[in-house]
Each structure stands twice: as structure tokens, then as C-alpha cells.
Design a protein around this ligand. Sequence first.
Ligand code: SF4
Ligand code: MG
Length: 334
Amino acid sequence: KGKLLEVKELVTDFTTDRGTFHVVDRISFDVEYGETVGLVGESGSGKSITSLSILGLIKPPGRIAGGSVLFEGDELTGKSPKEMGRIRGREMSMIFQEPMTSLNPVLTVGEQIAETVRLHQGLSSKEAMQRAVEMLKKVGIPMAETRVRQYPHQLSGGMRQRVMIAIALSCSPKLLIADEPTTALDVTIQAQILELMKSLNQNDGTGILLVTHDLGVVAEMCKKVIVMYAGQIVEQGPAYDIFRNPLHPYTEALLKSIPRIGGAREKLYSIPGNVPSPHSMPKGCRFHARCPYAFERCSKEEPALIDEGNGRRVRCLKYDPAASVRDAGLNGGE
Ligand code: SF4
Ligand code: MG
């Protein structure tokens, strides 16, 4: 069946009065049908810009400056906004913590869900309305039969968010990009939404790119994990292997800072320091100022993404096969 999504060497630039910066810097990964891939990292790591780039939603002063995004083999970079709009409506769905699109104030929530369902599944209006009620129940909205006839302003913010999720899921997309989909919701609703995403995954073969800073969610949902730091992939591979044996010091630090269940949700990470901003990228390894393992070369040489086999890759000089050669002075330096 081939790959659902292939991102290759993607570069997204932003231009400010200080210059042009790679906010996403040559990242590559795949999402297969029926697979959930976790994209993790602190805020400012480039995860959201990555998802917006795939969806064709980067606006000036940002632009895709290089690489490729293949959706079922079809190149998406360079498509017109109109074509991208059509693809987003039919085959790709998105859920954002802060909804990018909003609900139509003059249509009931039922009408809005029913419209999506009818378009995608060819149901009659009555069947589509029935489906809308089911979807509202699935996203945890109480008294769905009543709510389905209400207008957006009659719902709380949290309920509107869940209606947006219901719409995104009701069209059975081939690819779902979910960026912090449940962060703002309470734990019970969060679990319900994740279950719903799982069933979509297993029953409809939907591929999911799950963008989150919550490694607990990733552990529960994902087969593969991509860890981003300062616009680059620093580690990627099977979730099981990464959780059991993180190779990159940043991944290790993220795993150490997973909050306990029921613990405070605000201060997720205790890694000292901050993600560097695109216009003040440090020389060498971008993580070196925060890395407990940093050694001399780390502030001078930029590490490459090294293939460790079994689908694992890591960007750290500790794993650089040339290291021992260079350290022995055989390589003559750069
Ligand atoms: Fe740490 Fe050096 Fe590896 Fe960067 S290259 S993660 S500073 S050990
Ligand atoms: Mg974000």
C-alpha cells in the first residue's frame, strides 16, 4: 500500500528583521497507514511548525524552503492554497489545542458535524444527524441529543474544543495531525479522546501524527517516536526502544521529567535552561549548554544524525563513529 506520509529533509524558514532562520531544519520521517507516530519536544522545538508545514498552513514571513512532503506519493509542497484546502478537508484532518478554524456561529453543532459526515460517507441527512449525536457522545459531551441542536455560543469553550475534535474525526481522515489535542481537557475526557483516536487508527487505518510534550500520552499511543530539539530531530525510533533505552541526553532528560500521574501538570520539565531561539543558535551541538554529558567537541562540532540500526537514529557526538578516529588525531581536524 506504500507510505501514507513521507517527510524528507523538510526545511521551514522564517524571515525577521534579524535575518532568515531555519525553524525546522532538514527533518525526515514517515507515517504509515494505521500507525501513530509521536512528535515530542519542549515548546519552541519546532514541532508545531512541522505540523503546520505538512498541512500547508505556513504563512509569511514563514515559508517551506526545502525538502519534500509526500502524501500517498503526491508532493504537497508547492501546491496552491486552494488545492491544500481541498486535501485538508477530505483526507487530512487536524486537531489543535487552539483551534485554527472556528465553528460557524449560525449553524448548530449537529449541522456542522452532519455536513462533514454527509460529505465523506454519503449518508442521508437523518443518518448524518444520528451520527453527529454519536460523535458528540464519543467525545464526552453530555446530553448529546440536546447539545446537537444548540449553537456554538451555547457551549463552553471546552465543549467547543470537543466539537472541533468530533468534526476532525468524523470524516475518517487518512491522516490526522493532532497537536496537543487534549492538553486543555480534563483527564477523563482526555482518555476518552485518545481512545477514540486509537479506534480510528485500528478500524479505519488512519495514520496519526501526535504532537505533544506529554511522554505519558506517547507511551500509551505511539509505536514510533521522533524527538525534536531546536528545530532538528535529535532522536527517532521505535517507542519501546526509546523508552527503555534513550540514546540522546535530551531524550533521557525528557524521560526523567515525566510527571507522575495526578502530579502537577504545569511544570513538566526540570531540564535546566531553555531551548535556544532560532536567531541565536549556539555553535556545535544545539543542546550543549544544557547537556550533562557535554565534552570539549560539543561546543565546536555540529553532530550529524547517526543511524544506529533498527530504525533508530541519534544526533549526538557520543555516538559519532568518527569520534575515536578524530580524537586520536588521525583525521587531522576540520
Ligand atoms: Fe550532549 Fe555533546 Fe551529545 Fe550534544 S553532542 S547531546 S552536548 S554529549
Ligand atoms: Mg506547539
